[in-house]
Write a protein that binds this ligand. Structure first.
Ligand SMILES: Nc1ncnc2c1ncn2[C@@H]1O[C@H](COP(=O)(O)OP(=O)(O)OP(=O)(O)O)[C@@H](O)[C@H]1O
Ligand SMILES: O=P(O)(O)OC[C@H]1O[C@H](OP(=O)(O)OP(=O)(O)O)[C@H](O)[C@@H]1O
Ligand SMILES: [Mg+2]
Length: 285
């Protein structure tokens, strides 16, 4: 029987989001804890738990069929892999930062400076684009400490909340790359494997659609139905059920969460009462 191999970060910033996604797809992982390999009991998939930087190479070489990595690692590793889908978690950016007290007027100020980073290729591309020549000092971790120990004048590293920069007395001066977790695949996957990957992606997309939509239930006088439909144009054909009280109905529909917050006052003015907004677990269009 055909199975697909999915490479996931063993432990780190992508691990929880990756495993959570798999679980929410209804896939049950057997004997995964502490192991470097695991399989699922109800989907033909095997999991390989690896260092994230190694995943693009493994997918390129077909050791794994698909993998979950940050776009930053995908671009930095520059392997022959294709993005199958954006996953929306582990969002961060790659930024250049300098000591808080330094004068900084623009990227030209980095000319001839030394910059510590774990992302030499992305940094070099950025500097090249801006016609700046700097000494790129590659280190594999704890990059933010580099200026305070005299290793470099600046750093280029991952930023999310900014607290690591702050704790190390650095200020963010250039945001050079935005990243989120993506599923990548080998470009030469056999059709039977691709078929399984499509099934997995279908489940993932259903979860993502569900997350951005809510099920809405509200009560309204019959005469308000048209007004309410005008407030929520997305509500194309709501289900309308009569209430025990004559002249009143209950409207049910699906709306985009962002629309809802903008429209709540108008809905109430149009006559809506007892509004309930309920999360949707899965949504198939
Ligand atoms: N603070 C953060 N917030 C959100 N996403 C992050 C953050 N830090 C890193 N990431 C994303 O998660 C990925 C993995 O980060 P992590 O720090 O776990 O990597 P690592 O230390 O290189 O791990 P490994 O040991 O597997 O090589 C990064 O490449 C990036 O895409
Ligand atoms: O802007 P912040 O919210 O502070 O996040 C940024 C930090 O997060 C990551 O490190 P992580 O905490 O994963 O530790 P690591 O150095 O072991 O990778 C990254 O390498 C930054 O150092
Ligand atoms: Mg790594």
């Amino acid at each position: 029987m055909t199975t697909i191999k999915l490479a996931i970060q063993k432990s780190g910033r992508l691990s929880e989001g990756s495993m959570d996604l798999i679980r929410r797809c209804g896939i049950k992982v057997k004997n995964g804890i502490g192991k470097l390999k695991a399989e699922a009991s109800n989907f033909p998939i095997e999991f390989l738990f690896l260092r994230d930087d190694d995943i693009p190479g493994y997918v390129q070489d077909g050791i794994a069929d698909i993998g979950i990595i940050g776009e930053n690692v995908m671009v930095e590793e520059d392997r022959d892999v294709t993005v199958l889908h954006k996953l929306g978690f582990s969002r961060c950016r790659l930024s250049i930062a300098v000591p808080k007290g330094d004068q900084y007027n623009g990227v030209k100020d980095l000319q001839d400076k030394s910059i510590a980073t774990s992302y030499p290729k992305i940094l070099k591309n950025y500097l090249d684009e801006h016609g700046v020549v700097a000494d790129i000092h590659e280190i594999s971790g704890s990059v933010e400490i580099a200026p305070s120990i005299g290793l470099a004048d600046a750093v280029c590293d991952i930023v999310s909340s900014g607290s690591t920069l702050f704790q190390n007395g650095l200020k963010e001066v250039e945001k050079i790359f935005y990243s989120e977790a993506v599923m990548v695949g080998s470009p030469n996957m056999a059709e039977e494997k691709m078929e399984l990957v499509r099934k997995l992606l279908f489940r993932i997309k259903s979860l993502q659609t569900a997350e951005s939509n809510k099920y809405i239930l509200l009560n309204a006088p019959e005469k308000s139905i048209e007004k309410i439909k005008a407030v929520l144009p997305g509500m194309r054909s709501p289900s309308i059920l009569p209430l025990a009280e004559p002249g009143w109905v209950s409207l049910h529909s699906v709306i985009n969460e962002n629309d809802f917050w903008e429209k709540i006052e108008e809905l109430k003015e149009a006559g809506a009462e007892g509004i309930l907004v309920v999360p949707i677990e899965k949504m198939i269009n």
